[in-house]
Design a protein around this ligand. Structure first.
Ligand code: UGA
Ligand code: MN
Length: 314
């Protein structure tokens, strides 16, 4: 190889490589030398880098943080992708989290899957339709209940540790609440803003103890709290194989928390600075009318044909 190279460049004939002392020859040698030095240096750097990585103080706390399981009910409507996008990018700030997105539907929607893929938070997308008898009713519906129970079922099968939290797709969450709930050993509670006429739903704390609940609607509930205001340890849930959420509008949280008995009020951990801070809000999005049908003749071969496919119509 070497001699060919030199021969080609020197036009010095068949035996040109045989050690003749000319300038071209030393050029070949020096190229080889530089190459050798370059490769050797690269190798040394790689070895040193590997060593550096292996010696890096192992961020023990970082990598073994208990997992968070965020159960999010969702359903088909014009706002759906916007809500999931907003919540998803909030969750993206949180490590070791699995987002269980469960749609009240008979089949998954590729538009939702596409949105979740784009956000990039680890997720499972499942469906759990509301039973027909509740769908038909003229009265209040148990919204998101089959979804949340499906999430609980998933955790009983696939999770062993960590904490679960029901995060409706339309609420607002400060990410610090996620780090606080991660270490809960049984059940934790904290205030939720924008709930009823009191403007907030919160445990009442006196001298460090839970002494009651503040909420514009008590309704005979043992735990008058909002869905966004509590988290439960996975181990604790699994020790209560029957715990689930009832299909009882207004009493979903209370029914679920009651099903976690035995649970003494003294065992409830109080987060958000012992419930002096508000880190979650029960925000509600204005309902949008379904998008009107696109005039396909008029807008043929325009971008609107693409956008139209991204609209979620009920
Ligand atoms: C709150 C609670 O979060 C609900 O669990 C409870 O059912 C409701 O109050 C109530 O007491 O009636 P709210 O904000 O009023 O919820 O209701 P939505 O935000 O419309 O629904 C709660 C969750 O269920 C959302 O994540 C939503 O996407 C989902 N949902 C709603 C469904 O899966 N299916 C529906 O038909 C409606
Ligand atoms: Mn809501």
């Amino acid at each position: 190889m070497k001699s060919n190279y030199i021969n080609l460049n020197t036009h010095s004939g068949i035996n040109g490589a045989s050690g003749n002392n000319n300038g071209k020859m030393s050029l070949g040698k020096s190229i080889k030398m530089y190459l050798t030095i370059f490769i050797a240096t690269t190798c040394i750097y790689m070895v040193l880098y590997q060593y550096h990585i292996s010696r890096e103080p192992f961020a023990a706390g970082e990598s073994v943080k208990p997992p968070l399981y965020i159960i999010t009910p969702t359903y088909r409507r014009p706002e759906q992708l916007a809500e999931l996008t907003r919540l998803g990018y909030t969750l993206k700030h949180v490590v070791n989290l699995l987002w269980l997105v469960i749609e009240d539907a008979n089949k998954t929607n590729p538009l939702v899957a596409h949105t979740l893929d784009r956000i990039g938070v680890p997720y499972e997308y499942m469906v759990a339709p509301m039973p027909e008898k509740y769908k038909q009713t003229k009265r209040a519906k148990p919204r998101g209940v089959s979804n949340r129970n499906k999430g609980l079922e998933y955790l009983r099968l696939h999770a062993t540790e960590g904490v679960l939290y029901f995060a409706d797709d339309d609420n607002t969450y400060d990410i610090s609440i996620f780090e606080q709930m991660r270490y809960v050993s049984k059940v934790a509670m904290w205030p939720v803003g924008l709930v009823t006429k009191t403007g907030v739903s919160s445990p009442i704390i006196q001298e460090g103890k839970l002494v009651g609940f503040y909420d514009g609607w008590i309704g005979g509930r043992k735990y008058p709290v909002d869905m966004a205001g509590f988290a439960v340890s996975v181990k604790f849930l699994k020790e209560r194989p029957k715990a689930q959420m009832p299909f009882k509008p207004g009493y979903e949280e209370d029914g679920f928390l009651r099903s976690l008995a035995p649970l003494a009020n003294t065992e409830i951990e109080l987060l958000a600075d012992e419930c002096r801070d508000v880190l979650t809000w029960h925000t509600q999005t204005k309902k949008n009318a379904p998008a009107q049908a696109l005039n396909r003749t008029r807008y043929k071969n325009t971008n609107l044909e693409y956008i139209d496919k991204l609209l979620v119509r009920p």
